[in-house]
Write a protein that binds this ligand. Structure first.
Ligand code: THG
Length: 379
């Protein structure tokens, strides 16, 4: 019974549209390009499939794609206490961060539980954007700012990221914004003009194929920019695309709400390298995180290879077992054409997390042999 539910095709049902499920500045372009499935992220449409997951994957790894990732909403902090508030929100030490830099920052609650894993952009000492993953982080931040009577404005501006991803992304973006784009280093941004507006463009994005994210500061210039990039990329076979589940798992990029939640600490998520809890003075959850950092986590995210035929969509956690006993779960999985195996992201207890450990994964199609791997496949 449950097996039948879980193996039912999931992209055949339409998504009912309303004001609550927000469109984006680029939805018109996405629909003209023939989007086949959407998901919902931050109460907004996020394209999920264009040709097919496999064709989208191949094209992303060889060419260039335009991604409507407007759903990566910005929480803007503006005012004299913006920097102080930003440091309260994350255990990553921000003291060395300069305007023009992006930092991947775990955000935790008072227990050290993950609330979000955004990219923070420092625009100026008193102005930050937090480019959030899928949770209502705005409310947490407003609560902290109000509770402490901080001198800072917290809101969601009309700023929508548009990603250009793939090996031919740089040539494409350079055609619209000039060769200065080539000087932007990884996780840095600079300012460029389009239709009389200043746009922040960063070398970043939710793939490991290289590329840029353009922070579009006004819904009105969304489609003109979409069209300009489509024209510039025509010679490179540019297509509309979207974050691709196969490529992301191969690359070990985590998805908040899928691979982690409030139940997990950053250390369990393998994000300890983005925590400097000792020196991040004033951060919420500091005492809890100092304890887990000292003792170490007892379960952690691991890349897991699952043998056999291509696995079905992973839309619930699959138990991970050793000799019939549950020792973890798989949260994302996909058949990788390039690695000729099923790649997955799991959370495994310390007794079974060493690379080379044999496990079993209970997929909807039956229990499969699996193996803890050393590192994500192409990272
Ligand atoms: N770009 C922007 N906003 C975002 C995302 C993004 N918000 C939602 C979501 N993605 C946040 N999650 C991530 C997860 C991973 C990365 C970025 C955002 C990422 N990680 C690299 C890695 O792990 O190798 C680099 C991290 C580093 O070295 O600092 O890029 O994609 N605007």
């Amino acid at each position: 019974m449950t097996g039948a539910i879980h193996s039912a095709p999931s992209a055949t049902v339409n998504i009912a549209r309303s004001h609550r499920l927000r469109r984006t500045p680029f939805t018109e372009g996405v629909e003209a390009a023939g989007v086949r499935a959407y998901t919902v992220y931050n109460h907004m449409l996020l394209p999920a499939v264009f040709a097919s997951p496999q064709e989208d994957y191949r094209h992303l790894k060889e060419k260039v794609q335009l991604w409507d990732v407007a759903c990566e909403r910005q929480v803007e902090l503006r005012g004299p206490d913006a920097g102080r508030l930003m440091q309260m929100l994350t255990p990553r030490d921000l003291r060395g961060m300069l305007p023009g830099q992006c930092y991947y920052v775990p955000i935790v609650d008072e227990t050290g539980g993950m609330l979000n894993d955004p990219v923070a952009l420092k625009l100026a000492e008193d102005r930050w954007w937090i480019s959030i993953a899928d949770s209502d982080l705005l409310f947490w931040i407003k609560g902290v700012a109000y509770g402490l009577r901080l001198d800072v404005l917290v809101d969601e501006p009309d700023v929508s990221p548009l990603a250009v991803q793939g090996p031919l992304a740089e040539d494409t973006v350079a055609e619209v914004f000039g060769d200065r784009i080539r000087d932007i280093r990884f996780f840095r941004f600079d300012w460029f003009e389009f239709m009389g507006r200043d746009l922040a463009i960063a070398r970043s994005g939710f793939s490991k194929q290289g590329g840029f994210e353009i922070y579009v500061p006004d819904t009105g210039i969304g489609m003109p920019l979409w069209n300009a990039l489509m024209e510039a990329g025509a010679g490179h076979d540019i297509r509309a695309g979207c974050p691709n589940g196969i490529e992301r798992v191969e690359s070990g990029l985590l998805s908040y709400g899928n691979d982690m939640s409030r139940e997990n600490t950053p250390h369990e998520c393998g994000l300890g390298r983005f925590c400097n809890t000792q020196t991040a003075i004033g951060c919420i959850g500091r005492d809890a995180l100092l304890r887990v950092a000292r003792e170490g986590p007892i379960r952690q995210i691991r890349p897991i290879e699952i043998s056999g035929d291509p696995v079905p969509i992973c839309d619930h956690h699959w138990p991970v077992q050793a000799k019939g006993k549950v020792v973890g779960r798989v949260s994302s999985a996909a058949w990788s054409p390039d690695f000729n195996t099923n790649v997955s992201i799991g959370m495994v207890r310390m007794t079974h997390w060493d690379p080379g450990t044999d496990l079993e994964v209970v997929t909807p199609d039956g229990t499969r042999p699996a193996l803890v791997c050393n590192e994500f496949w192409n990272s």
